[in-house]
Design a binder for this molecule. Structure first.
Ligand code: NAD
Length: 309
């Protein structure tokens, strides 16, 4: 099993990924070109470890791995068997990272991208050993959500996919192999279909944003955590699906551009939690408590779903 990983990019996703890999027994060297991002990641590790403790995620018998931070890319990748690229969702930035690490790593090193949806086939055009490149798409917050999509590009070797799938399993997480390199893979295709319809319903005044969230969280989300969409079809009955979809599918939102309500908010600088307001407003200073409360609930739900009370 892979014992040493380099993590490139310590923004929203990086600290949780580093902590979860280390808890799985992997030694991680974590790098970011921003010193501030490195300091922020360091400062988050205590809280993240507390969450992993509450999830009862035990380290393997040989003990937890270490996390070492570095501001040198070559130090980060030295000796790594796996490099996880976790820089912004921009193909040019990602390609620059691949070009920079290419001369620093052996051909046997696997390069995994946490891209949310850029086809792996496009990314592997920028690396000299595309057979060893694979998608490894974590879900946010990555130390709490156990599912990780594994995606092969056209040139990814099957052994690369199986090595990453087995690694994910070995550290107690749930790999899902995506068999075709479609944009957005599976998780984000499903999520974005839901988000498009949700935003459209709010925009058209069909429902208030708070009620939309209550409807989806308690009507769909709560249920779907136990009964996935394919099983839900069987529960509802395929004949019922046929009659409802015969009139409803044609009425669902199918816009290809960004909904005006979201565009206007972005133009007004309302980007969500990071700017204190987005679809909702957040009182100054309230965000850490909100995030803590959400983490607590996600931990509690996960424990119940895993039958651990
Ligand atoms: P982010 O913007 O929060 O952080 C990116 C980090 O990369 C920053 O700290 C930045 O300083 C650093 N960076 C930029 N260029 C770099 C370089 N050349 N070398 C090293 N570091 C560099 O991004 P994020 O939300 O953590 O997303 C990272 C990746 O994970 C993206 O591909 C994103 O699509 C994917 N992802 C994000 C989420 C999410 O909910 N945010 C979920 C799943 C996957």
């Amino acid at each position: 099993m892979i014992k040493r990983a380099a993590l490139i990019g310590l923004g929203t996703m990086g600290p949780g990924i580093a902590a979860r890999l280390a808890r799985g027994g992997i030694d991680v060297t974590a790098y970011d070109l921003s010193e501030a991002a490195i300091e922020r990641a360091k400062s988050m590790l205590g809280t993240i470890d507390g969450v992993l403790d509450r999830l009862d995620i035990a380290a393997p018998d040989r003990g937890a791995g270490t996390i070492k931070f570095t501001s040198s890319l070559s130090d980060a990748v030295a000796g790594a068997e796996l490099v996880i690229e976790n820089v912004p969702e921009n193909i040019d930035i990602k390609a620059d990272v691949y070009r920079a690490i290419d001369p620093l790593i052996a051909p046997s090193v696997i390069v995994a991208s946490d891209t949310s949806g850029i086809p792996i086939t496009k990314l592997q055009a920028h690396i000299s050993n595309p057979a060893r490149m694979v998608g490894m798409h974590w879900s946010n917050p990555p130390h709490i959500i156990p599912m990780i999509e594994v995606i092969a590009g056209e040139k990814t070797a099957p052994e690369t996919v199986s090595t990453i799938r087995d690694l994910i399993r070995a550290i107690g997480l749930l790999p899902v192999v995506v068999k075709k390199d479609v944009p957005g893979f599976v998780e984000n295709r499903v999520l974005y279909a839901l988000l498009r319809e949700a935003v459209d319903l709010v925009e058209r005044g069909v429902i208030e944003p708070e009620d939309l969230d209550t409807c989806v969280s308690w009507g769909i989300g709560y249920k779907i955590a136990v009964i996935g969409p394919m099983a839900l079809l069987d529960m509802a009955g395929l004949d019922i699906y046929k009659s409802v979809s015969s009139f409803l599918n044609a009425d669902l939102c199918n816009r290809a551009d960004l909904a005006p309500v979201v565009k206007e908010k972005i133009e007004a600088g309302k980007l969500g939690l990071k700017s204190g307001g987005g679809m909702f407003s957040y009182e100054t200073g309230s965000i850490p408590a909100l995030q803590g409360e959400r983490a607590k609930k996600l931990v509690a739900v996960r424990r119940i779903l895993e039958g651990r009370g």
